[in-house]
Design a protein around this ligand. Structure first.
Ligand SMILES: Cc1cc2nc3c(=O)[nH]c(=O)nc-3n(C[C@H](O)[C@H](O)[C@H](O)COP(=O)(O)OP(=O)(O)OC[C@H]3O[C@@H](n4cnc5c(N)ncnc54)[C@H](O)[C@@H]3O)c2cc1C
Length: 413
């Protein structure tokens, strides 16, 4: 077990009193599973499926090869490992989902995140029989891709402010309005989204969660390209009718399920592997590189900068393990997750920034341009990592959570 016994305690009182004691060894079974996954990935290594320069949260490309790879993961029994046996799972602890996701992310391979985690686990807990019998077998066979629609023009950090309008119409709901930033909408099969079904209720009430086929008439998807060359989308609803059968859980209780799904997913949300690979690649390059006839590794500035980055990477790993340790004990690691997300995504920016500095003027050449060091990886990374500190909750929001919930520093007007 990752964290046997009372290995991590946080003492509150008086604010910033964080006392830690941790033991992060994996059990022999967990270690064996990790080795099995790594061997599988080495054997099935393919540029059609794996991004050799993976970014932290990148998951926005879909191809037949990637779908086939997901089916292979399913055949291995690695999708839904922590689901109940009654729904095809293995009832393994969530640490197995984490180990799988970390390895997949490190290799730049597709990850099962949204379907198995957010959608599958919420349907298991709250879905009606029809949703269970349709979606769960398909998710566990790796057949469906989902897009998640919470954000709207007036609802980002404050997602509970969503205004997409769903009005009662017969045995279902008629939906009009707009979502933004829906990553994967252009290739997903199903849309998992929240809409306001009771405008008279307070902000956190009156939201309902729905499932809708992505090719449903009345749904329009338009691309939004990010600074990191990645596509996300605006989604417009024009008189879209959804049957009650596709309401998840109880109407008007959607916000509770959205928050619960986030809690269930903390294991597998933000792998550190891609950042590790980036730092490794940078160190290898610097170890053998030269500038103006001088070995880079002999340069004091290069040595000091890389030593600092590697040290900070170790801090990120430890923060991630605190999230896992707390979750394994059955806790809800909200503060730990915020600390990890804040530090890890800002470290991603520091690494790219330092890399561009250390690589010299050529470091600004883009992927595909002649003479780009490390195939332009850090030029792309410099732009991409801007997005990491926004998606999944901005850095300011993480700081608010740490201050308010971790340090008892509530904000009052
Ligand atoms: C590439 C990308 C992919 C995304 N994918 C999805 C997706 O698939 N599905 C989905 O639903 N959403 C998605 N999002 C949306 C993402 O969750 C939001 O962008 C994020 O929550 C921030 O919301 P916002 O963009 O509306 O910014 P705002 O909330 O408007 O924030 C603007 C600025 O104000 C700051 N701020 C806001 N509130 C506070 C506060 N209380 N205290 C201090 N500072 C504050 C923010 O930190 C930020 O700097 C994605 C976003 C990006 C960039």
């Amino acid at each position: 077990m990752l964290a046997a016994g009372p290995v991590y305690t946080r003492e509150r009182g008086g604010g910033a009193n964080l006392a830690l004691a941790m033991n992060f060894d994996f059990s022999p079974e967990e270690g064996a599973f990790q080795a099995e996954v790594e061997a599988f990935l080495a054997q099935n290594q393919s540029p059609d499926v794996m991004d050799t320069n993976p970014e932290q949260l990148s998951q926005t490309v879909d191809t037949p090869a990637k779908r086939a790879f997901m089916a292979q993961l399913a055949e291995q029994g690695w999708l839904g490992m922590s689901w109940p046996k009654a729904y095809g799972g293995a009832e393994l602890p969530g640490i197995y989902d984490f180990l799988l996701t970390e390895s997949l992310a490190r290799w730049g391979a597709p990850q099962p995140g949204k379907g198995v985690g957010i959608v599958g686990k919420t349907i298991i807990r709250h879905g009606n029989e029809k949703l269970k019998s349709y979606f769960l077998p398909r998710i566990i066979r790796g057949e469906i891709e989902f897009a998640i629609g919470y954000s709207e023009p007036q609802a980002g950090s404050d997602a509970a402010n969503m205004q997409l309008k769903a009005e009662r119409d017969g045995a279902g709901w008629r939906i009009n309005g707009q979502k933004i930033w829906t990553t994967s909408a252009h290739f997903a099969d199903w849309y998992w989204f929240g809409a306001r079904t009771d405008p008279a209720a307070s902000k956190h009430r009156g939201i309902t969660l729905f499932l809708l086929e992505m090719n449903h008439p009345g749904l329009t998807i338009r691309p939004t390209w990010t600074i990191g060359d990645e596509r996300t989308n605006e989604v417009f609803f024009d008189d879209v009718w959804v049957s009650d059968d596709f309401v998840v859980g109880e109407a008007h209780h959607g916000w509770t399920y959205i928050c619960e799904a986030l809690d269930l997913e903390r294991f597998a949300m933000m792998p550190v592997g891609p950042l590790e690979k980036k730092v490794e690649a940078l160190c290898e390059y610097l170890a053998s590189g030269e500038r103006d006839g001088e070995s880079l590794k002999q340069t004091a500035h290069v040595r000091q900068t890389t030593a600092q980055l590697v040290t900070q990477l170790e801090v990120a790993r430890m923060l991630q393990r605190r999230v896992i340790s707390e979750a394994i004990k059955g806790g809800v690691p909200t503060v730990e997750s915020s600390m990890y997300k804040l530090f890890m995504t800002q470290l991603g920016q520091r690494v790219s920034n330092a890399a561009l500095d250390l690589l010299g003027p050529e470091g600004q050449l883009k992927p595909g341009q002649d003479g780009a060091p490390l195939a332009g990886r850090f030029e792309r990374s410099y732009r991409y990592t801007v997005v990491d500190t926004i998606g999944g909750g901005t850095s300011e929001i993480q700081k608010n959570i740490i201050a308010r919930r971790g340090l008892d520093l509530p904000f009052r007007n």
